[in-house]
Design a protein around this ligand. Structure first.
Ligand SMILES: Cc1cc2nc3c(=O)[nH]c(=O)nc-3n(C[C@H](O)[C@H](O)[C@H](O)COP(=O)(O)OP(=O)(O)OC[C@H]3O[C@@H](n4cnc5c(N)ncnc54)[C@H](O)[C@@H]3O)c2cc1C
Length: 325
């Protein structure tokens, strides 16, 4: 493990200033992912900037049109927050199913969204993959059981964040502090695939830090659910997950958002299934037919073909539950 300096700035301006000034600086939230990477020799920042001393970053506040979750809010705080449980049950369910109580108590929302991939080749110091500046992807000659079935472009690691899946489905936005000016973008656009930059998984530029995530108030008639398939009951990353959010007006489906986790380098909208649902009467929907439209361009490896079946079964189950009279 390389030695590093640790500082706890007291303002976001200081964090941004230090990140900009020192190329080898990195922010640390709960440290669950980052300290593991440092111990494994996968990351070696020279300067760690702890965000715990910055006022307001742990807050979850309900405004007139949106709910704002500070980047340092823990997964436990999200799981237990009454407004989240009431208005965004799929997010509360994802938080509940995420990792273990210990990880949920220390792990934060921004850390969960910005965590690095769990690909075992990326995480192994002996296999310097493309993400770490190497010249080969070891998945092509190795094991691909947990890798993506679509969207891989040189790198086949999936986005591991459970929280990202329902947040994208609810149309969340992300607020970013940076050296030029603070900016916001839809969370869906925050995540980037290997075709954009194989060494990164999001749109953060040098010096930028996630400040908060904003969730628009769901329209009346909104129902939602999060389902996750995992190998172990506790502490298991998603093999595949789905968040389904529908808005029903009278008998008609007015809006539909279906997002898959564990199948692609970014949370993936099932747009063909969404289009199938839009405008249909609830009783006219065949969940199986909607699910059959999921992952139309999947190109699985031999040992992760099961993820396509899993995704379709989860979508069927989620629609059956969410469209119940
Ligand atoms: C046993 C185990 C099981 C797990 N199971 C799951 C699971 O089922 N589902 C799941 O989703 N996750 C799972 N995880 C991952 C875990 O949820 C994340 O490691 C954790 O949420 C990271 O949060 P953190 O606050 O500790 O982030 P840190 O480790 O502090 O940071 C993670 C990354 O985010 C960056 N970062 C942190 N905050 C910011 C910010 N504000 N702006 C910009 N970048 C930032 C850091 O630089 C670092 O690169 C598991 C982890 C373990 C150890």
């Amino acid at each position: 493990m390389n030695p590093f300096e640790y500082r706890e700035p007291s303002s976001m301006e200081d964090v941004v200033g230090l990140l900009t000034a020192y190329e080898d600086a990195q922010v640390m939230a709960g440290g669950i992912d980052l300290l593991g990477e440092i111990k494994e020799g996968v990351a070696s920042p020279g300067l760690l900037l702890g965000l715990a001393g910055i006022p307001g970053l742990t807050e979850i506040s309900e405004g007139p049109t949106e709910l704002v979750i500070g980047g340092m809010a823990t997964i436990t705080a999200i799981e237990q927050h009454p407004a989240i449980r009431r208005l965004y049950p799929a997010l509360a369910e994802a938080a509940e199913r995420l990792a273990t109580p210990q990880v949920r108590n220390a792990g934060t929302l921004a850390g969960n969204l910005c965590q690095r991939p769990r690909c075992w080749y990326y995480r192994n110091p002996l296999t310097p993959c493309l993400k770490r500046g190497g010249d080969t992807c070891y998945v092509l000659e190795g094991y691909s059981k947990y890798m993506c079935v679509t969207g891989g472009s040189g790198c086949y690691a999936v986005n591991p964040s459970d929280a990202a899946v329902p947040l994208v489905a609810y149309g969340a936005g992300i607020n970013i502090a940076g050296p030029a000016e603070d900016r916001s973008m839809p969370l869906e656009e925050f995540f980037t695939g290997p075709e954009v930059d194989i060494t990164r998984e999001n749109a953060l530029e040098r010096g930028e830090v996630v400040e908060s995530v904003g969730l628009p108030e769901p329209p009346p008639g909104t129902r939602s659910i999060f389902l996750k398939a995992q190998e172990r009951v506790a502490g298991g990353f998603a093999l595949t997950s789905v968040a389904t959010v529908v808005t029903i007006n009278g008998d008609a489906i007015e809006a539909a958002s279906i997002v898959l986790g564990g199948v692609a380098p970014t949370p993936l909208r099932a747009r063909e299934s969404e289009a199938y649902l839009l405008g249909k009467g609830v009783r006219d929907v065949s969940p199986e037919q909607a699910a059959a439209l999921v992952l139309p361009d999947a190109q699985p490896f031999d040992d992760n073909r099961y993820k396509v079946t899993l995704a379709r079964n989860l979508v069927t189950r989620s629609l059956t539950r969410v469209l119940q009279p």
